[in-house]
Design a protein around this ligand. Structure first.
Ligand code: GLA
Length: 393
C-alpha cells in the first residue's frame, strides 16, 4: 500500500493529517530455535516486511486505533487510564499493552494518540507480526512524546506485553531482532546476558527464501507454553546434579553425561534439542564468519531435524516444505523458523535457481498437503524506527 493511500485513510478516520510515520520490521531466525527462553543463543535478523504506523499525539487522553489489516474491527477508542486486556479487542491489545506497560514503567504518557496501522507481514506466518506491532507502538510513543527510552528497555517491555498482557510465555528473540535489527546483518544474541554481536550476512549469489506453509496456527500458543514448561521440568531435574541456571549453560558432553536423570524420555528429548541447538547456533556464526556457507547450511538442516524429531514442533506442513527443499539443487540449507506448528520455513537458495526452486517446491508441497505454499525473497532490513523523507512505504 502506498503512503498516499495510508494518508488518505488516516485523514478519513481521524479527520486530520498531522501524522508522523513509524516502522517496525518482522523477523526471521536463521538458527537457534526455542533456545531463547532457555538462556541460549539465537541468530535472527530483521526483514523488510513489517508494520507501519501513522501516528499523532492528541490533546486529551483518548487512544484511537485503526488497522488497515482488520477493517472489520473498525475504529477502536480507548482511554489512557483504562487499558485492560480484552479478548474482544483483538489486535489492539498489543498497542494497548505496550502503552500501559510503558506508563507503569514510569514513562510519562499523559496524552492520547491517534494511530493507524498497516502491516505487510503475511498474517499468522510466524514472522512476528505481534512483536512488530508492539515495537512500532513503542517507537511511535517514544518519538511523539519525546521520551528517553533505552532501546533494549523498549525490547524488554515488548516481551513483557507478550508474557503478562497477552499470555504467551515467549522469550526475548522477536522483540530484540525487531528492535535492534540492522540492514544486511544478523545478530547472535546470548539470551541469558543479552550480550550480542552483529554478523554480516554475505550470501554472494544466494538468496534467503521465506516459505509460508499457509497453515493456520491454531493452539500454537498453548503448545508453545507447554514446551516451555517441559524445559523447566528438565532443568529442575538436572539442577539436582549440576550447578546451572539454564539449559543454555550445558555443553553437549555435559548434557550427555547427566541426561539420564531426566526419567521422562519425551522431556529428555526436549532438553537435548535445546542444548544441541544452542551449540549449533554458536558454531553457525563461526562457520559463517569463516565463509563456510555449506557447513552453515548443514547446521540449518540439523536444526530442522532436531525440531522435528526431538522438540516436535514442526508438523507435517513444515516438514513437507523443508523435505521438498532438501531434494532441490542449488540449496545450501533449510529449516523452519520461529515457533513452528505451521508458519514459515526458510531456505538459502542459489539466486539464478530461485524461480525453478519455487515452482518445484511449490508443486511438491501442494501435491502432499493439498493447498499452496507462498514464497518470498527475504531482504534483511533495519530495526524499528521513524521514517522520514525519501523512504516510502
Ligand atoms: C516464538 C517466540 C520466540 C522464540 C521462538 C522459538 O517466535 O516468540 O521468543 O521462542 O518462538 O525460537
Amino acid at each position: 500500500m502506498k503512503q498516499q493511500e495510508l494518508e488518505a485513510l488516516f485523514q478519513e478516520k481521524f479527520e486530520h493529517n498531522n501524522y508522523r510515520l513509524f516502522f517496525a520490521p518482522g523477523r526471521i531466525n536463521l538458527i537457534g530455535e526455542h533456545t531463547d527462553y532457555n538462556g541460549g543463543h539465537v541468530f535472527p535478523c530483521a526483514i523488510t516486511f513489517g508494520t507501519y504506523a501513522l501516528a499523532s499525539k492528541r490533546d486529551d487522553k483518548l487512544i484511537r486505533l485503526y488497522s488497515v489489516n482488520f477493517p472489520e474491527e473498525g475504529l477502536i477508542q480507548l482511554h489512557l487510564d483504562n487499558l485492560q486486556y480484552d479478548p474482544k479487542h483483538s489486535w489492539t491489545n498489543y498497542p494497548k499493552g505496550m502503552i500501559r506497560f510503558l506508563r507503569e514503567g514510569g514513562y510519562e504518557i499523559e496524552t492520547g494518540l491517534d494511530i493507524l496501522v498497516y502491516g505487510n507481514i503475511p498474517n499468522g506466518a510466524g514472522l512476528s507480526s505481534s512483536a512488530s506491532i508492539e515495537l512500532v507502538t513503542g517507537v511511535a510513543v517514544q518519538e511523539l512524546l519525546n521520551l528517553a527510552i533505552d532501546r533494549v528497555e523498549l525490547v524488554k517491555i515488548g516481551q513483557k506485553v507478550e508474557n503478562h498482557f497477552i499470555g504467551v510465555n515467549s522469550g526475548i528473540m522477536d522483540q530484540f531482532a525487531i528492535g535492534m535489527g540492522k540492514k544486511g546483518f544478523g545478530m547472535l544474541l546470548n539470551c541469558q546476558t543479552l550480550s550480542f554481536e552483529y554478523a554480516p550476512i554475505d550470501l554472494n549469489n544466494y538468496h534467503i527464501i521465506i516459505m509460508n506453509t499457509n497453515k493456520r496456527r491454531e493452539l500454537a500458543d498453548s503448545k508453545y507454553n507447554k514446551r516451555k514448561s517441559e524445559c523447566e521440568c528438565a532443568l529442575k531435574k538436572l539442577q539436582e546434579h549440576v550447578n546451572i541456571a539454564s539449559l543454555g549453560e550445558l555443553t553437549e558432553e555435559l548434557f550427555n553425561s547427566y541426561q539420564n536423570v531426566i526419567e521422562d524420555e519425551g522431556i529428555r528429548r526436549r532438553a537435548k534439542h535445546v542444548v544441541y541447538e544452542n551449540c549449533r547456533t554458536i558454531k553457525a556464526l563461526k562457520e559463517l564468519k569463516n565463509g563456510n556457507l555449506y557447513t552453515f547450511g548443514e547446521l540449518m538442516n540439523d536444526s530442522h531435524r532436531s525440531l522435528r524429531d526431538d522438540y516436535e514442533v514442526t508438523g507435517k506442513e513444515l516438514d513437507a516444505l523443508v523435505e521438498a527443499v532438501w531434494q532441490q539443487k542449488g540449496v545450501i540449507g533449510a529449516r523452519m523458523t520461529g515457533a513452528g506448528f505451521g508458519g514459515c520455513a526458510i531456505a538459502i537458495v542459489k539466486s539464478d535457481q530461485v524461480d525453478q526452486f519455487i515452482m518445484d517446491v511449490g508443486s511438491l508441497y501442494k501435491e502432499k498437503i493439498g493447498y499452496e505454499a507462498t514464497f518470498y525473497v527475504a531482504h534483511i532490513g533495519d530495526g524499528a524506527r521513524e521514517i522520514t523523507g525519501e523512504e516510502l512505504v
